[in-house]
Every structure is written in structure tokens, then in C-alpha cells.
Design a protein around this ligand. Structure first.
Ligand SMILES: CC(C)(COP(=O)(O)OP(=O)(O)OC[C@H]1O[C@@H](n2cnc3c(N)ncnc32)[C@H](O)[C@@H]1OP(=O)(O)O)[C@@H](O)C(=O)NCCC(=O)NCCS
Length: 183
């Protein structure tokens, strides 16, 4: 199976329906940590819910759309990155990410996102990658900054959560900017 080393003890691999049990166990460790910041459909409660998420991504991948990748750290699935959207025709994509608490603070997400950006811009010839996050999600906007993204705007009150509405930031990086960042 394809596996990209992020460092000696961490790998990026496709996250597929056959991982449903492992993904559900990981969500048990991640659920309350990610709930305020990710789409509600991603925060499932059991193996069948986890399998439904993995199937949804597999179906979209089969149509050359969204794709999901897990990060394994010392053999444990601790989070991942995804193309939330991927549109080869328009040359645009959106990248997202999540981690369980033990996965934070190791630089694994930034490294994994760079791998996705390299593939989108170099292998697939896309031109623009977006990052959407709640405006008060400081760790997420820090990743966007580390990826060389520009804050393009704020969608006011675009994110309903727990009875309140939150602003949403839109960050993006263009292919030539990413190439300069990587050089
Ligand atoms: C957003 C999220 C994925 C960011 O995780 P993260 O660990 O902060 O991001 P990275 O993997 O890029 O790691 C960067 C951190 O690792 C540290 N680090 C340690 N070793 C490192 C290394 N070798 N290389 C780079 N950074 C390293 C950095 O200093 C930084 O820590 P700091 O912010 O405390 O200074 C995580 O906070 C999360 O899952 N949040 C909840 C869900 C969520 O918000 N998802 C995004 C929705 S838009």
C-alpha cells in the first residue's frame, strides 16, 4: 500500500472503508477535541458512522473529487488531512485536517498538507488551494500561515455551532506561491 513518510515515526496513507474500526477508535479519542471546529457530518459516534464517512470519501475519490488520508504516528492513527473539495476542471481544491490531542504539536499536519499541495499543484496541475476555518481557530490559521497561504477574507457569521454563529476565514495559496515557498 502507498505510504508517505512524514518523518521516521509517522506516515501518511490513504484512509479507506476497510479502516472503519480503527477510524472509529481514533474518533473516540478525537471527538470532543475536533467537534467545535470541523463539519458535523465528520463527527460520528460509532463504527457505522465512521464507515459512512470513509465510504463517502471513497465515492468522491472515485469521481476524482474529495480524498481522505490518515496520519499514523508510531503505528496509531492520530488524525489526517483531506481534500474537502477537488475540482480538476477549475484547477481549485480545498484542504482540511484534524488531529486527536496526542497528535498536536509535532508539525505532522503542516508536513502532510505540503504533500497534498505538492500533489495538487505539481502532479495534477491545479492552480489554487483554499483553507476554511473558524476565525477563532488559532491552531488552524497557524497551519494556513505556515503553508504560505494568504488570508483572503472573512465570511461573517457563516459557521453555526452550539447555538452561536462564528466568523469563518478563507485562506488560499496559488501554485506559483507554493513553488516559491518550497524552493
Ligand atoms: C488544527 C490542528 C490540526 C493543528 O495541529 P498542530 O499540531 O498545531 O499543527 P502542526 O501539525 O502543523 O504542528 C505545528 C506545531 O508543532 C510544533 N512542532 C514540533 N515539532 C515540529 C517539527 N519537527 N516541525 C514543525 N513543527 C513542529 C510546532 O512548533 C507547532 O506547535 P506550536 O503551535 O505550539 O508552536 C489541530 O489543532 C486540531 O486538530 N484541531 C482540532 C480540529 C481542527 O481544528 N481542524 C481544522 C479545522 S479547519
Amino acid at each position: 500500500m502507498f505510504s508517505v513518510p512524514l518523518r521516521d515515526d509517522a506516515q501518511l496513507r490513504p484512509l479507506e472503508p476497510w479502516h472503519a474500526e480503527e477510524f472509529a477508535a481514533h474518533l473516540d479519542r478525537a471527538r470532543e477535541h475536533i467537534r467545535p471546529w470541523v463539519g458535523p457530518a465528520f463527527v460520528t459516534d460509532d463504527v457505522e458512522g465512521a464507515r459512512a464517512t470513509l465510504r463517502r470519501y471513497a465515492e468522491r475519490q472515485a469521481a476524482d473529487g474529495a480524498r481522505l488520508f490518515g496520519i499514523w504516528h508510531e503505528g496509531t492513527l492520530i488524525g489526517g488531512v483531506m481534500f474537502v473539495a477537488f475540482d480538476a476542471a477549475s484547477g481549485t481544491c480545498e484542504i482540511g485536517c484534524w488531529l486527536e490531542p496526542a497528535g498536536e504539536g509535532h508539525g505532522l499536519i503542516t508536513e502532510a498538507c505540503r504533500t497534498l499541495l505538492d500533489w495538487a499543484f505539481t502532479t495534477r496541475g491545479l492552480f489554487r488551494a483554499e483553507w476554511h476555518c473558524r476565525a477563532d481557530n488559532d491552531r488552524s490559521s497557524a497551519v494556513a500561515k505556515r503553508l504560505g497561504m494568504t488570508l483572503e477574507g472573512v465570511r461573517r457569521s457563516a459557521w453555526p455551532y452550539d447555538g452561536a454563529r462564528h466568523d469563518k476565514q478563507l485562506w488560499a495559496v496559488l501554485a506559483p506561491e507554493h513553488r516559491t515557498e518550497r524552493a
